[in-house]
Design a protein around this ligand. Structure first.
Ligand SMILES: Nc1cc(-c2ccc3cc[nH]c3c2)n[nH]1
Length: 242
C-alpha cells in the first residue's frame, strides 16, 4: 500500500529534509510519494500576495482564502484525500493519529504562516472531505512546515517496508502506554558508569521485569498523565510498586 503525501507551503525548501535518509529511501522505493507545492504558484498579482490584514483588527496578517482555495483545488484534483492543517489550536497529534493516517491513501498538508489561514478554507473543505486541524504540542512555531515534517515522519515510519525492523514500530514508547526505559550498548563501563548487571545476566525474565520497572519509574516521574490513562488491568501487582 502506498501513501501519496502533498504539502502546500510558501517555503517549499523547508520540506527538503523529508527527501533525506530513511524517508528519502522510502520515496525512492516507491513506498510513499511526496509532492511539495509552492502556494505562490496560485497567486496572480505581481506581488504574489498570500496574506492580508485581519478583520476585527489585531496583530499580524492572515492568509487569504482565494489563494489557498485555488492551490488546494488543484492539489486535490488528483483524488480524494484527508486535509491536515497544523495549528497551535488543533486537536493533539498523537501516535494514534499517526497510526490512523498511515492507513490513508492520500494526505494533503496545508502549511500556514503569519497568524494562520482564513478559517473559511478549513470550513469549505470540511464540507466535502475529512479535515483535521492538529497541534503537535503546546508551544508556538512560526509556521506549519516544521509540524508537517514531524507528522510526515511519524506517519511514514509506520508504513510497511519503511523501517528495517518493523517490530520497533509496534513496540513504540507509546504502544504499551508507557515511556521507553533506558538503553545501553558497549562498552560495559564508560566514564566510570557501568551497564546495569541484569542486562548482561542472560536471565530474560529478570531483564523483562527490570525494563518494565524502569519504564514504569520513568513514566511515573515524567508523564504521570500516561499512567492515569492506562486501562485498569494494564498494571499487575508488581507494577503497582511505582
Ligand atoms: N503545535 C504547533 C503548531 C504550530 C503552528 C502551526 C501553523 C502556524 C502558522 C503560523 N504559525 C503556526 C504555528 N505551532 N505549534
Amino acid at each position: 500500500r502506498r501513501v501519496r503525501i502533498d504539502v502546500v507551503t510558501i517555503f517549499p525548501g523547508y520540506l527538503a529534509p523529508l527527501r533525506e535518509a530513511l524517508l528519502g529511501r522510502a520515496i525512492e522505493a516507491g513506498l510513499v510519494e511526496l509532492g511539495v507545492h509552492d502556494l505562490r504558484d496560485w497567486t496572480h498579482d505581481v506581488h504574489q500576495a498570500v496574506d492580508d490584514s485581519p478583520y476585527g483588527g489585531g496583530p499580524g496578517m492572515v492568509m487569504r482564502p482565494q489563494v489557498w482555495g485555488e492551490a488546494l483545488d488543484a492539489v486535490l484534483a488528483a483524488g480524494p484525500a484527508r486535509l491536515v492543517v497544523p495549528t497551535p489550536a488543533g486537536r493533539p497529534f498523537t501516535q494514534a493519529t499517526a497510526q490512523a493516517w498511515a492507513g490513508e491513501e492520500r494526505l494533503v498538508f496545508a502549511c500556514g504562516r503569519y497568524e494562520g489561514i482564513d478559517q473559511r478554507v478549513v470550513d469549505s473543505y470540511a464540507a466535502r472531505m475529512p479535515v483535521d486541524e492538529v497541534s503537535i504540542g503546546d508551544y508556538v512555531l512560526v509556521g506549519g512546515e516544521v509540524a508537517v515534517m514531524v507528522m510526515v515522519e511519524a506517519v511514514v515510519r509506520l508504513l510497511p517496508g519503511v523501517l528495517g525492523n518493523p517490530v520497533s514500530a509496534q513496540e513504540d514508547s507509546f504502544s504499551d502506554g508507557l515511556l521507553e526505559g533506558p538503553a545501553y550498548t558497549r562498552p560495559v563501563s564508560w566514564r566510570g558508569l557501568d551497564v546495569p548487571e541484569v542486562l548482561r545476566s542472560g536471565n530474560h525474565a529478570a531483564i523483562a521485569r527490570w525494563r518494565r520497572d524502569r519504564a514504569l519509574e520513568r513514566t511515573a516521574a515524567r508523564r504521570p498523565d500516561l499512567l492515569d490513562a492506562l486501562p485498569e488491568d494494564a498494571l499487575d501487582r508488581a507494577d503497582r510498586a511505582f
